[in-house]
Design a protein around this ligand. Sequence first.
Ligand code: NAD
Length: 478
Amino acid sequence: MNGPTQLLIGGKFQDAQSGRTFPTINPATEKVIAHVAEADAADIDAAVKAARTAFSRHWRRMEARERAKLLWRIGDLIMQNADELGALETMDNGKPIFESRYIDIPSAAETFYYYSGWCTKIEGETIPVPGDFFNYTLREPYGVCGIITPWNFPLLMVAWKLAPALACGNTAVVKIAEETPLTGLRLGQLCQEAGLPDGVVNVVPGFGETAGRALVAHPHVEKISFTGSTAVGKEIMRTAADSLKKVSLELGGKSPNIVFADSDLDAAAKGAFNAIFYGKGEVCNAGSRLFVEKEIHDDLLEKLVQRAARLTPGDPMDPKTRLGALVSKTQMDRVLDYVETGKREGAVPILPGGRAGTRGYFVKPTIFDSADQSMKIAQEEIFGPVLTVLTFETTDELVEKANSTIYGLAAAVWTRDIAKAHRLAGELQAGTVWINAYNMLSPQSPFGGYKQSGYGRELGRHGIDLYTQVKSVWVSLA
Ligand code: NAD
């Protein structure tokens, strides 16, 4: 492991002021990969100071086209180092190298390329107000943005936030997840290599209760962008309330994936498989509730179980592996606990799952059939390769059930009836709806949650709104 393990503050990699470190573990081998510097409130303060100075001295004064070139260069450097970044991500998170090297890392680069284009296109408006006045708006950066990310897409989640924040002229302090700090630190190094002025990007691994909380509470952080669990999202809002910080939140989900009898069943079965087992099910928009129209229930499940039974966890570094290790022992225990809960609640484990092997946090795919709406496994986010199957007979009943969790991140509909598909797209309470598809995402299209899945929309032009504030300027023409 050659990547950086220290905090990046003001352009320099350095130890935490306390001198403390924490181990980061390869979940496939349970071995320590590296000891990483552990930021606490003192380091967060230093990072915010560096970001503040970089904002006022350099970044906000830089020509937008220069910023654009730097963002593009970051995208290039990510791609030039994609093999290394992919390997780091897989070692740290346990996801298959196929996913990290060919999906996560290129998607992170794409996000920087996309927002590079936005640097020169952030504009205000002129407004025809009454009287002898000229009124116009300016769209300005906030200043220092605090970015807090989870462990499931460690590099990509940083890219989703950092690229638009920088494009809009903000500087950043990035508190990466304690389970998976390695690619975020390497990205910090690539930002320096790309030529960003010192302090524009600061990367501070550490724990949520200490480093994360200090960042949210810091008086000179103007905005917090967070992706993680709904519980922590609420905690962040409470802490941010004291300083009335702007907050955007991307939180959990329990997304319904709906298959009608008139769909292409092979495509739907494949879609349902990918919806829950891609990324080990540790995906915020995982299709963890499969709603199946009653008359095709047996046919669809036969196809799905056939596929899922062949999916065995394997060495995440092997390019052929499609199911890796869960990120940590805590996460594995949590998922296995939900499997026991499902059995206790009376759902039928038609694919029983369970831990695979004794070394590494590998969990086999689990499918629960005959689940009931009121069960925990139908309401709570499990965040693992566990699917809950529910059956429906009418569309009204389906919509009511599909909308009946606290979440609203994503949903999918499989049908050949175009009118029905679009009608449902309107009725489902979700920030993203896929029709005859699942897991499609692009930096060009907005992403975010309804209800307790968060608020604010990342990506696309909506991402620009998250990292800018609007100023109205009045000029007397008298
Ligand atoms: P988490 O909420 O436990 O942690 C996320 C981040 O918040 C970590 O960096 C953590 O250190 C930090 N944190 C924890 N407590 C904090 C506090 N009090 N103040 C400030 N920061 C704090 O989530 P996780 O377990 O890392 O990730 C899994 C969750 O993330 C799932 O619920 C998943 O659905 C969600 N997620 C959502 C999206 C989305 O876009 N909606 C994407 C990925 C993951």
